[in-house]
Ligand binder design. Structure first.
Ligand SMILES: O=C(O)CCC(=O)C(=O)O
Ligand SMILES: [Fe+2]
Length: 305
């Protein structure tokens, strides 16, 4: 039986609605829970690998515990190294627009300051403003394929240093509350990790670009040249045609393959309230096209404020 038949027996084709050509599909008629049969989980994993981000409407029955029970079917849960987890949960990270660090309005792959950064995230809409607050995902495998062979070869050879201590204050729209959170919480411990710019996806074998806002510099490339290389590769990732945009309702769930995507939470709802909660599944250490693994070079514990 082919993989397509296997999925079709569990999740009919008609229930999988593509939301953009290159990335993103909505899956209908599934009630997510920790009790889904193994074959449904396997079908969802296959759909995730194909579409990179999958969306589910009307999951208002989930609470934090059930969100985590479901996410645990996809792998081992882990909490954020600096931000921890909500009380009573293993991994739930709440992003509340009213609080510091609550607006992820930068292009990023989660946690790339670590070598084994998360592989999957399960995000649930809790409070959604009447307008704005969409999230956009980009396909980093398709972006690699957009490069011509000489640029692919260049990317294959490059390595970049990612750190949680990036130039946050230099970003757009930084509020005082975000800056304080960044200085006092997000960079309480500073990690520096060298990743290949191209990793081989452990499940699909695809080559994906590993970049985003946590990149500080490229290894053995001067800062000036590095900025131009970053802009070149990153622009292929975030090209609108390479993305999908989700308009949230409360109770929606989005699941993304963090090894093959970047995302951006659009900060266009002013002072309105927006809350989402994320369960995070642990990942493995990236491997370059020539078989070398990412490495964390520095981990500095800074004094508590
Ligand atoms: O607020 C969002 O839509 C996305 C937040 C985010 O970056 C994350 O949950 O990893
Ligand atoms: Fe994120």
């Amino acid at each position: 039986m082919s993989e397509t038949d296997l999925i079709d027996n569990v999740i009919p084709c008609a229930d999988v609605i593509k939301r953009a050509a290159r990335i993103g599909a909505e899956i209908k008629n599934i009630k997510l829970s920790g009790d889904l049969p193994d074959q449904t989980i396997a079908a969802l994993e296959t759909l995730l690998l194909e579409h990179k981000v999958i969306f589910f409407r009307d999951q208002g029955h989930l609470d934090d515990a059930e969100q985590e029970r479901f996410a645990a079917c996809l792998g081992k849960l882990e909490s954020h190294p600096m931000l921890g987890a909500s009380k009573g949960t293993a991994s739930i990270l709440e992003l509340d627009s009213a609080r510091g660090g609550g607006r992820a309005d930068v292009w990023h792959t989660d946690g790339t300051f670590l070598n084994a950064y998360p592989k999957i995230a399960v995000l649930r809409g809790i409070v959604i403003p009447p307008f704005g607050g969409d999230t956009v995902w980009a396909n980093t495998a398709a972006a690699y394929l957009d490069l011509t062979p000489p640029l692919q070869r260049l990317a294959d050879e490059l390595w970049a240093v990612h750190s949680n201590s990036f130039d946050y204050a230099g970003m757009a729209r930084v509020r005082e509350v975000d800056k304080k959170h960044f200085d006092e919480v997000f960079t309480r411990t500073i990690f520096e990790t060298e990743h290949p710019v191209v990793r081989v996806h452990p499940k699909t074998g695809e080559r994906t670009l590993v970049l985003g806002c946590l990149v500080q510099r490229f290894v053995d490339i001067p800062k000036y040249d590095g900025q131009r290389l970053f802009d070149l590769f990153q622009s292929h990732i975030t090209a609108p045609e390479n993305t999908v945009r989700w308009k949230w309702n409360a109770g929606d769930v989005a699941i993304w393959d963090n090894r093959a995507t970047q995302h951006y939470a659009v900060n266009d709802y002013g002072d309105l309230h927006r809350v989402v909660r994320r369960a995070t599944v642990a990942g493995d250490v990236p491997v370059s096209v020539d078989g070398r693994c990412s490495v964390t070079r520095q981990k500095t514990a800074t004094a508590p404020p």
